[in-house]
Structures are given as structure tokens and as C-alpha cells.
Design a protein around this ligand. Structure first.
Ligand SMILES: [Zn+2]
Length: 483
């Protein structure tokens, strides 16, 4: 692997959305983190300094409601559930560097500082009546709703709310945002999502409410600096996690300077919260005169056996179930290959069992054990690997495309194995067959080496296992051989 070719001088800061902790994680949560893990590991393997952040969004009214139902305090609820989300790190072998909880002091300090850094001309108080979806934690306009008036994300109607709130002058940033997005200064992936955001902005941006009354917030959240009757709108404090986790609240934070001011800043999120990341968050950052993200990638959603996951349908699939069935790398593979780049993915055991057997157990697993068994003490020269083939896909956040390229190598090697049948060559005693056998095995060992290298970001344990088996067979230094 040639680190110099692809190394990036800028540090790479990558984040997932922070999850609501009013329930346990499902495969969709797991998927987002595994995918982001691949981008983080890929950049590290290119020699780039990486910081990978995940976390939990704990200031939501949903947590207060869920705790009330269970008869425990909100703090107890968020402590218990945040621990389950944090445990995804070991369950799915994630290489996260930090886990931010928005009830932490560093977050409160940073969120308040962020509010105070927003241009005061962009903040004003106004009486407001609107339709609010608790599930989305968002005021809805008629055009956001289904024909029957339901929220499309939560399949129930939003509630009418009347109160006095702080507003952010989003309308002022329309042209600036449009320019930044159309010029790809803020690059949105995939392309069709960028077009959606552009047409949403062209449709006109309205100022939005960025606080709520203490009463409605049930006194749970980050209070608005200088106004003790109001709490910050949960999305405002939640979005700020990307900088509060870098100790933005401290007067001089090295982490913040390195990973926000001077880094490539990348957010990985679900498609349902793209507007928050591509419009509201950059607009507030512009107002605060802070750098905006460089890239926002919105992934699609999982259905289970063709249906949207929901508690009422009882089809919520926890990531543990996949790990129990396929192991950690197996679960990672199944998740990564079941989600198309531009449309929803579906999980069913019928399909994922077949996928696991064909690609991992038979495709890669059999190939590896066949080659290692045949290799005996044959050695191979370590090949040079050009990772630029995967760099384009990884830069565009297209994991399925990257994995497809890797599996072409698996398929090609398996095909060659069937054609050449090296085990029959091995039995022949003539010198020519022996030479042919050795050359063939060297080539197969090189293929395995390439596969183990390219698989590192996606299936880290599998890659490690293949490297262990190759260890004694490597010829690292090339000498001129004299017969
Ligand atoms: Zn909703």
C-alpha cells in the first residue's frame, strides 16, 4: 500500500448523526456507523489524520416523554440508553474516537457559546403558531405533510403550538447558501440530494424558531443565554455537537482548531435530516462566522421484509441479531451491501443469508482456505497496490461500488481456480507442471494480499485473519535470485 500517493495533508473529521436515545438502536443506526467507520478507516489507511465522532442526542422532549411512560427520571433514561448506543462501538467494531452526549458539560458550554456567537442581528423574538411534530422535533409546513395531514416520517399529524420563541433569520442566507451548494463548496452527496436541497432553497427559505418555552421543553435542555424563560430548540443544540465535541466551549481548544478550522469536515446522515445539515446548520455557522462543513452525505433507509421498521409492526431489527447470525464482519458486510447508494435497502434473512453464503462463506472464505491449503511453503512477492481505484468511490461515499470492485477480484480468482485446477497440477511430477503450479499459487497469494489490503476499512477482522495466514509466506525484500 502506497500511503504517499493518496495521503491528504488536511486532517479528516467525520461524524454521524447523534441518535435520539428514547429507544434502543436498530439496524439503521448500526448501518450509519459502520458505513462511516469505513470512510474513517479508509482515510486512516491513506495516511490521513482522522477523527471519527458519534454520540447521542439527549435533550429531546421525546426522552422526557419516554421516561414518564417508564416511571423513571429523564436522566436515568438517557444514561441507560446512551450506554446501549455507545456499546455499538464494540458490537460492530467501530473505530470511533469520541462519543458525545448532549447532556455533558462540554456540550452545554459549547452550545451556549455557539448561540452567543451567532450574529445578534439574526436573532429576534416573535409570537408564533405552527404545526409541530414531536417525532421530528420540527415545525411543519403544509407542503411537508402527507395529503391526510400526517408527518411522512412518523405517520401521525403534528400538533398545533402557539408560543413566543426566538427566531433565526434564515431568509437572509438564501443566496449565500445557494451559491455555496451550487459551487460544491458545500458538497452534497449523492447528486440528486443536492438538487433537492437547491430546489428547496429556491422555493424560498423562511426564518425558523430556534427556542421553545421552558414549559413545552419541560425544563429539559440547554437554556437560552440571557433568556431564562426559553430553552434552545433541540436541533440547534444537537447540530452544535459537531463542534462542542471538539471543546468549542473552551477558550482555546486545540481539537477545535485542528478538526474544525483546519480539517476536511464531513457529516454522514440519514436522508430525513438533510435540510438541517445542508441549510440550517451552515446558515447558523455563516452567521457565527465559523467554517461550514465541506461535505454532507445523506444515506437511504432500511426496510425489513419490504416494510418500514416500526414498533407497532414489531419488525424493528436490532444490530445484535445480525451480529449473532453472521459475526461482526458478516453483519458489517450484510449491512454495507444491502443499502443501495440512491434508494432504500431491504433486509430479509432469506436474502441476507444468501448474500452471506455466496460472498463471504463461499466467495471469499473458500478462496482463502483453498489458496492457503495449496500454498504449503510457497512464498510470494508483496505486490504494490494502487488504492486510487477505490478512492473515487470512497470520496463519493459509494460503498456498494467500492465493494463491487473488490468482489470482482474475488470472482476472478475463483474463476481462475476452477479453470486451472491447481490441485491436479500439484499431483503431476514433471518439472513444467511444478513450475506452473508454483507460479499460479504465487499469483493467488498476491490476490489474497490485495484483497486483505483493500478489505481493511470494510471487514477489519477478516482482513487481519488473511494477513496472519499470509505472514510466513511474504517475501518483503526482493533479491536478485541466482540459480
Ligand atoms: Zn415527524
Amino acid at each position: 500500500m502506497n500511503a504517499k500517493n493518496t495521503s491528504n495533508e488536511k486532517p479528516f473529521y467525520i461524524t454521524t448523526a447523534i441518535d435520539y436515545v428514547n429507544g434502543a438502536p436498530h439496524v439503521g443506526h448500526g448501518f450509519e456507523k459502520v458505513q462511516t467507520d469505513c470512510f474513517a478507516r479508509f482515510q486512516r489507511s491513506c495516511g490521513t489524520e482522522v477523527r471519527y465522532l458519534t454520540g447521542s442526542d439527549e435533550n429531546s422532549i421525546k426522552n422526557v416523554q419516554a421516561a414518564q411512560k417508564q416511571g423513571i427520571t429523564t436522566q436515568e433514561l438517557v444514561d441507560t440508553n446512551a450506554a446501549i448506543f455507545e456499546n455499538l462501538r464494540s458490537l460492530l467494531n467501530l473505530s470511533t474516537d469520541d462519543f458525545i452526549r448532549t447532556t455533558q458539560k462540554r456540550h452545554f458550554d459549547g452550545a451556549k457559546k455557539f448561540w452567543q456567537t451567532i450574529n445578534p442581528d439574526d436573532l429576534y423574538k416573535k409570537d408564533y403558531t405552527g404545526l409541530y411534530c414531536d417525532g421530528c422535533e420540527e415545525f411543519k409546513q403544509d407542503k411537508d405533510l402527507e395529503e391526510n395531514g400526517d408527518c411522512p416520517e412518523h405517520a401521525k399529524p403534528p400538533k398545533e403550538i402557539h408560543e413566543e420563541n426566538w427566531f433565526f433569520r434564515l431568509s437572509r442566507y438564501s443566496d449565500m447558501l445557494l451559491d455555496l451548494i451550487e459551487s460544491d463548496t458545500l458538497k452534497i452527496y449523492p447528486e440528486f440530494r443536492k438538487n433537492e436541497v437547491v430546489s428547496f432553497i429556491k422555493g424560498g427559505l423562511e426564518d425558523f424558531s430556534i427556542s421553545r418555552s421552558n414549559e413545552r421543553a419541560k425544563n429539559w435542555g440547554v437554556s437560552v443565554p440571557g433568556d431564562d424563560t426559553q430553552m434552545m430548540y433541540v436541533w440547534v443544540d444537537a447540530l452544535a455537537n459537531y463542534i462542542t465535541a471538539l471543546d468549542y466551549g473552551e477558550s482555546e481548544s486545540e481539537l477545535y482548531t485542528k478538526y474544525w478550522n483546519h480539517a476536511e469536515r464531513v457529516h454522514v446522515i440519514g436522508k430525513g435530516i438533510l435540510r438541517f445539515h445542508a441549510i440550517y446548520w451552515p446558515a447558523m455557522l455563516l452567521s457565527a462566522r465559523l467554517p461550514i462543513p465541506n461535505k454532507v452525505y445523506a444515506h437511504e433507509y432500511f426496510t425489513v421484509e419490504g416494510k418500514k421498521m416500526s414498533k407497532s409492526l414489531g419488525n424493528v431489527l436490532p444490530p445484535e441479531d445480525l451480529v449473532k447470525r453472521y459475526g461482526t464482519d458478516g453483519a458489517r458486510y450484510v449491512l454495507l451491501t444491502s443499502m443501495p447508494y440512491t434508494k432504500d435497502g431491504d433486509l430479509s434473512y432469506e436474502r441476507t443469508d444468501a448474500l452471506y453464503n455466496a460472498d463471504l462463506a463461499n466467495g471469499l472464505g473458500n478462496l482463502t482456505s483453498r489458496i492457503i491449503t495449496l500454498a504449503g511453503d510457497i512464498q510470494y512477492e508483496v505486490p504494490t497496490i494502487d488504492k486510487r481505484a477505490l478512492a473515487k468511490d470512497m470520496d463519493e461515499f459509494n460503498v456498494p461500488a467500492a465493494l463491487e470492485k473488490i468482489w470482482k477480484i474475488v470472482d476472478r480468482a475463483n474463476k481462475l481456480m476452477e479453470e486451472k485446477k491447481p490441485w491436479t497440477l500439484k499431483k503431476k511430477e514433471d518439472k513444467l507442471s511444478q513450475v506452473e503450479f508454483t507460479e499460479l499459487i504465487e499469483r493467488f497469494l498476491q490476490d489474497l494480499h490485495i484483497l486483505a489490503t483493500l478489505l481493511t476499512p470494510f471487514l477489519p477482522e477478516t482482513s487481519e485473519k488473511i494477513f496472519t495466514q499470509l505472514e510466513t509466506r511474504k517475501k518483503e525484500i526482493l533479491f536478485e535470485r541466482v540459480k
